[in-house]
Each structure stands twice: as C-alpha cells, then as structure tokens.
Design a protein around this ligand. Structure first.
Ligand SMILES: CC(C)(COP(=O)(O)OP(=O)(O)OC[C@H]1O[C@@H](n2cnc3c(N)ncnc32)[C@H](O)[C@@H]1OP(=O)(O)O)[C@@H](O)C(=O)NCCC(=O)NCCS
Length: 155
C-alpha cells in the first residue's frame, strides 16, 4: 500500500469514498462540477491536503487535511474533515497508516495538534480514534442554516 497526495485523476474515486461516508450525492450534473472544483481547490491551496491510500492502483482510503490558524497559537492546528476507508479494506491497517501520515506531516508542518469531529452515531470510529490515542476533548455543536426555521436574530 502507498499513501500519496491525491491528484486530479483521483477525483472520481475521492467522490465515491465521500458518498460511502454518507456525504450528499450531487442533485444534478451542475453540482458534480461544483464538487469536483471543491476538490481541485485542495490541490491549489497550500493550507489544504488530500492524501489517498492506494493498493494495486485502487484508491482504498483517503484523509483530508486543513491547516488552521488559531488566534492564540503560533503553530497550526491540523483539522481533519474526512477520513474514510473502503468497506472491504477496513480492519487491515489502512486508517491507522493514514493517521500515522497525518501525524508525521503535522510534525513537519509545525502543527500543535490534530483535531477532528466524529458524529455521535459513529460509535465504531470513536473506538478507532481512542485506540490511536485521540482524546474526546469537547462536544461539537452545529446549526442547520437550510430550511425555513426562524433565526435567532429574527425572533
Ligand atoms: C474509522 C475507519 C477510518 C478505520 O479505518 P480502518 O482502516 O478500518 O482501521 P485500521 O484497520 O487501521 O484499524 C486501526 C486500529 O483501530 C481498530 N479499529 C478499527 N475500526 C474499529 C472499529 N470499528 N471498532 C473497534 N476498533 C476498530 C483496529 O482494530 C486497529 O486496532 P489495532 O491497531 O489494535 O489492531 C474506517 O472504519 C471507516 O472508514 N469507517 C467509515 C467512515 C468513518 O466513520 N470515518 C470516520 C469519520 S469521523
């Protein structure tokens, strides 16, 4: 298995993996172009990275990385929005190798920590992260901005 930076030719495999993670699929052809352009952004933005795990020319996993600047830290915070391993390749060490690569990049790039969010329902992934030494350090809150609910500033 090799872990390498993703390139444009990996975009279809990256999208397949994101759908496997449960991310929204495009509603029409226009949206596929939007998704593809968002991935391309990662290739041109030095604060972002997508790494893929490849076995015999097949993309079997990915991790995405954003280097965040925090107000009270001289070093970057490495934020990991996505980590996915294809179902049939799970429990074979791919996820662990992707995280190990994040750790070594984080050290090289002067990051003070890695942070990620994992949905409450992903109990299995929580075991994976805890097994790799990640600590649950907070709760994650989100507010849906779609739909017609009354917003706080409108009440
Ligand atoms: C979570 C995920 C990335 C783990 O990847 P993986 O390649 O299967 O994990 P690995 O084989 O590298 O496992 C590393 C260690 O974690 C343990 N582990 C992995 N998945 C586990 C699970 N579901 N439950 C308990 N332990 C688990 C392994 O047993 C292994 O332990 P070991 O080092 O003592 O042998 C993968 O299951 C996945 O893609 N899940 C769906 C998407 C997802 O939930 N992503 C995270 C979003 S926050």
């Amino acid at each position: 298995m090799i872990i390498r930076n993703a390139t444009e030719k990996d975009i279809p495999s990256i999208l397949e993996l994101l759908y496997e993670l449960g991310r929204p699929e495009p509603i029409d052809k226009k949206e596929i172009i939007v998704f593809k352009n968002k991935i391309k952004d990662y290739f041109s933005d030095p604060t972002k990275l997508i790494l893929v795990a490849e076995i015999d020319s097949e993309i079997v996993g990915l991790v995405s990385i954003i280097f965040l600047r925090r107000l009270n830290h001289a070093k970057f915070e490495m934020y990991v929005p996505e980590l996915i391993v294809k179902k049939k390749h799970r429990f074979t060490g791919v996820g662990k190798k992707l995280i190990a690569k994040c750790i070594s990049i984080g050290k090289e790039e002067n990051c003070y920590r890695i942070r990620l969010e994992s949905g409450n329902q992903r109990k299995e992934s929580h075991k994976f992260y805890k097994g790799l030494g990640f600590e649950q350090s907070g709760l994650s809150f989100s507010k849906n901005l779609l739909g017609n609910k009354i917003e706080i500033n409108e009440m």
